[in-house]
Design a protein around this ligand. Sequence first.
Ligand SMILES: C[S@@+](CC[C@H](N)C(=O)[O-])C[C@H]1O[C@@H](n2cnc3c(N)ncnc32)[C@H](O)[C@@H]1O
Length: 212
Amino acid sequence: MGLYEATWGRAFAATYDRGLKATEEAGLGQMRAELLAGAAGGTIELGAGTGVNLDLYPEAVSELALVEPGPHMAKRLRARVAASSREAQIIEAPAERLPFESAGFDTAVTTLVLCTVPDPVAAVAELSRVLRPGGKLLFIEHVRAEDAGGAAWQDRLELPWRFFADGCHCNRDTLATLAASSFEIGEVERGRTPKAPPIVRPLIRGSARLKI
Ligand SMILES: C[S@@+](CC[C@H](N)C(=O)[O-])C[C@H]1O[C@@H](n2cnc3c(N)ncnc32)[C@H](O)[C@@H]1O
């Protein structure tokens, strides 16, 4: 484990839930619940973090695989799963190399993750491999601002923010990444991350289907 991971990475995971509390209460939690109501069947979540989504999955989810490569996040995730009535498998692997056979899942979920994975194109390609044709991707992601001024600030502050926020790239155009992939984008709502710094406010939430 590197110095960053052993120090700031550990602190980031330890304070993650507290740091997001106001944002969750001001609307993100509600957005998560609405999004996850659409999950069904075998479901895979990338970058599950501390497991904020765990108890929001509906009964229609038959099996749940939570992918989380960060050791400090994974530790908290294991504790959350152990305390929950929702059964889930935890896989400590990167989204770019998923240890699953092809076409095995019905639903995939990413919330605030495609900003952080080192290679979002590879992660989305892996999702399209492990989902069955026609399978559903549900996402909430903060993204690149649509206005030039906002995007310029995201570009300027990308490096210090990435250091502060455990690898998060505040300026990623995740919708463009999805649009260039094997997914067909469905309904997408553009909104704002409540009670968040301006550079991580622009938000998209919606779904996409793996092209058949
Ligand atoms: C901002 S947190 C989001 C956590 C959670 N999904 C949520 O909605 O609160 C980003 C997560 O992505 C994880 N992550 C970083 N690199 C990753 C990778 N290559 N594959 C999968 N997850 C990754 C981090 O460890 C962290 O848990």
